[in-house]
Design a protein around this ligand. Structure first.
Ligand code: XMP
Length: 318
């Protein structure tokens, strides 16, 4: 595709010219946009790019290890990984209000990133995987009542970070970002990952968050996602995940009575994420997922499937 290679060549030339021999830092999240931006910028300026990956402890199972493998080892990106799980959990202790949790996670993220970025003091540029829809969204004029959920990862820089922004994907739509990613050699499954919210599992564990609930949710979610891939269903849905409810119910396992948490399997189909329908996943498939979660995840003894559309429900539960 000549247009795409053209875009990549132009972008690389532009990055080289803009950056010169300065240093660039980039917050790598493991998601599609920041990963494609990182690999593209790395193509242009190599080790002048320093990535910072904040493990909030609220990411999907093994996410930190996978990011280091996929991008650190395979693409040779310089990645500084910060294990901040304890900090996030401490700040979240006993907090159950969704908006409050979002604010805490967003603020803590900025604090950790800011602290870490001081290690790379000389950096002149901050790179971000901002894409065209993000630009539009942040430009639209909305009254306070239009803020249904506060999105912590849009809105740019903390005041005191006086760096120039480098946003090489600013003009691209999501499908174009994916094509650029594939053209740069990022594997299909990585550029076609479902979106993952900034506050992560913090808003998929309803109510108060703790380490044990994070572990339970990570295990259950991992089983659902693994089965979607195995059954070639992953690419047929727009976003799929598990939610953990702080609701215990009675069950039976062998001869034992159990009293454990409830998992919600959620899968949505949508084109714009403004409206969505629940995915009509096959019953046999749901049966497999349910059995595996209940049998393999200690702490869950009941699985439900969310059949709500958006609106009036939202895709996430908080
Ligand atoms: P809802 O739940 O509002 O979600 O139907 C729509 C899409 O937005 C994602 N989402 C977020 N993404 N930061 C993000 O980066 C957030 O705070 C946030 N909240 C929701 C959600 O995963 C879905 O893709």
């Amino acid at each position: 595709n000549w247009k795409l290679t053209n875009y990549i060549d132009t972008a690389i030339a532009h990055i080289k010219e803009t950056v010169g021999d300065q240093k660039v830092i980039l917050g790598l999240s493991g998601g599609v946009d920041s990963s494609v931006a990182a690999v593209l910028i790395h193509r242009a300026i190599g080790d002048q790019l320093q990535c910072i990956f904040v493990d909030t402890g609220l990411l999907r199972k093994d996410e930190g290890r996978k990011v280091m493998e996929n991008y650190g080892e395979h693409f040779n990106l310089k990645i500084d990984m910060v294990d901040a799980a304890d900090r996030f959990l401490a700040k979240l202790e006993g907090i159950s209000d969704p908006e409050e949790k979002r604010k805490i996670i967003g603020n803590e993220f900025v604090a950790v990133f800011d602290e870490e970025s001081h290690k790379f003091e000389g950096a002149k540029f901050l790179a971000q995987g901002t894409i065209y829809p993000d630009v539009i969204e942040s430009q639209s004029v909305k009254g306070p009542s239009a803020v249904i959920k506060s999105h912590h990862n849009v809105g740019g820089l903390p005041e005191h970070m006086k760096m120039e922004l480098l946003e090489p994907l600013r003009e691209l739509f999501k499908d174009e970002v994916r094509k650029v990613g594939e053209e740069l050699g990022i594997p299909h499954h990585l550029v076609h990952r479902h979106p993952f919210p900034g506050p992560g599992l913090g808003i998929r564990i309803l109510g108060a968050v703790d380490a044990e609930k994070v572990r339970i949710l990570q295990e259950a979610d991992d089983i659902f996602i693994e089965e979607l891939y195995k059954n070639k269903l992953y690419d047929t849905v727009s976003q799929a995940f598990v939610v953990l409810l702080p609701v215990k119910s009675v069950g039976v396992m062998g001869d034992e009575r159990t009293y454990e948490f409830t998992a919600v399997v959620r899968s949505a189909n949508t084109t714009d994420f403004m409206t969505a329908t629940w995915s009509r996943l096959p019953y046999e498939f749901l049966d497999t997922v349910s059995n595996r979660i209940i049998n393999e995840v200690r702490g869950i003894n009941r699985v439900t499937y969310d059949i709500s559309s958006k609106p009036p429900a939202t895709i996430e539960w908080e």
